[in-house]
Design a protein around this ligand. Structure first.
Ligand code: HSE
Length: 436
């Protein structure tokens, strides 16, 4: 049987890893795929440069469109990233009847609906396992392994840079800016590190997982996104005293009112397995009604870890080359005509419990004022911790854990608490999840 020719667009970290993994394991991969697979062409910005992969036998070009338009290429692997040129190339590849494998989370989260529709029309597949949580096969697990279940919720540590920063802050007492600088130097962070620390990268990945979990269109624009840059050493320590760990989670839940889609720092009980996922590692917890909670853990980034997912997608695509397009696993797990428009809930409608840290003056009646405001918004206090006044300035940190309440009620309460003349600074609020 004729071998399957692959054209790789982008020979950076993941592209080089893809070449290395495919070549190193080619015998086993061929036994799995049932066909010979060969990377015959690759595009990169520069031809003559030192590389971390063996490119012998691969015809290099700086013109990615040449590969997309080459009739001898069967599968295009897009590893350029971003939503500009990458989108044009993927659209052209689909137009030319080629299957596409991509690691591009932004492309799928922002343009997936359009791309999948076009791929469906053309009878080709877009495979995107590497777009979410690097080497963890979470797409495959949710789309196929959990297909018997009604998925209730999922929660993931899906940005390694953010997790590295929070881990260093907790374990070594370091401050946010210093650790971010180190994460950039180590090459963990995105080109624009605000994508990592402000939760945009995680929201891309969460958007994709939520669509697969609940059979809804991709709606990145409706995801609530809050970063970790305001988390202070003080909050990390108070959370620990109360038995919690702060993680930057992407959470999606199905409720009677709609689907929650939110990325924010979250207090979780320290005993949960996912609370102990440290450093750059990723993990996703998925709760199905039949199976219960399931946890997927592994490297969320890195050359060969991400290549592991890219190559697995290539194998999947090769296996389905001869199958009827109507009988392939649907892109978003549900058949395209069975995707439903369940509303995404605005964050004001989300119901959760909270950690509040309030800096107050050391005066009688301050706590009474705060608890009165909370009671007026039907907010019940679960735990309270008052520290001794800080040196010199007489400011008293008061930490409260609340029971579940709608975010809009908490917004009102916080606004009124901040208006008290005895309250200094803004109130720090961190949402809490039991993940039980
Ligand atoms: N910057 C991302 C992370 C890389 O830190 O997880 C993988 O998407």
């Amino acid at each position: 049987m004729q071998s399957v020719n692959i054209g790789v667009l982008g020979l950076g970290t993941v592209g080089s890893g893809t070449v290395n993994v495919l070549r190193r394991n080619i015998k086993e991969i061929t036994r799995r795929a049932g066909r010979d697979i060969e990377i015959t062409r690759a595009a990169d910005r520069t031809i003559d440069k030192e590389r971390s992969c063996d490119i012998s036998g691969i015809h290099l070009t700086t013109d990615a469109l040449e590969i997309v338009n080459d009739p001898n290429i069967h599968v295009v692997v897009e590893l350029i990233g971003g939503t500009g040129i990458a989108r044009d190339l993927v659209l052209q590849a689909i137009e030319n009847g080629k299957h596409v494998v991509t690691a591009n989370k932004a492309l799928i989260a922002l343009h997936g609906n359009e791309l999948f529709e076009k791929a469906q029309d053309k009878g080709v597949t877009i495979a995107f396992e590497a777009a979410v949580a690097g080497g963890i096969p979470i797409i495959k697990a949710m789309r196929e392994g959990l297909s018997a279940n009604s998925i209730e919720w999922l929660a993931g540590i899906i940005n390694g840079t953010g997790n590295f920063i929070l881990t260093e802050m907790r374990d070594k007492g370091r401050d946010f800016p210093e650790v971010l600088e180190e994460a950039q130097a180590l090459g963990y962070a995105e080109a624009d590190p605000t994508f990592d620390v402000e939760g945009i990268d995680a929201a891309h990945k969460l958007t994709i997982m939520a669509s697969i979990a609940f059979g809804i269109p991709l709606q990145f624009d409706k995801a609530y996104t809050e970063g970790i840059s305001k988390i202070s050493q003080e909050d990390v320590q108070y959370a620990a005293e109360l038995g919690y760990i702060i993680k930057h989670l992407g959470i999606s839940k199905k409720t009677e009112q709609g689907v929650e889609l939110r990325v924010h720092p979250t207090l979780i009980p320290h005993r949960r397995l996912i609370a102990n996922v440290d450093g750059v590692m990723n993990a996703v917890l998925v709760k199905g009604d039949a199976v219960g909670p399931t946890l997927y853990y592994g490297a969320g980034a890195g050359s060969e870890a991400t290549a592991s997912a890219v190559v697995a997608d290539i194998v999947d695509v090769v296996r389905t080359l001869t199958t009827d397009p109507e009988n392939r696993v649907p892109h978003l797990a549900f058949q395209p005509d069975a995707i439903v428009d369940t509303p995404i809930l605005p964050i004001s409608e989300v119901v959760t419990s909270y950690y509040l840290r309030i800096h107050t003056d050391d005066e009688p009646g301050v706590l009474a004022d705060i608890t009165r405001i909370l009671a007026e918004q039907s907010i019940s206090i679960e735990a309270i911790l008052q520290k001794q006044p800080e040196d010199h300035n007489g400011i008293v940190p008061v930490i409260m854990l609340t029971q579940e309440v709608a975010e809009k009620n908490m917004d009102l309460a916080i606004k009124q608490i901040e208006e008290l003349t005895t309250v200094e600074d803004s109130v720090m609020r961190i949402r809490m999840e039991s993940l039980g």
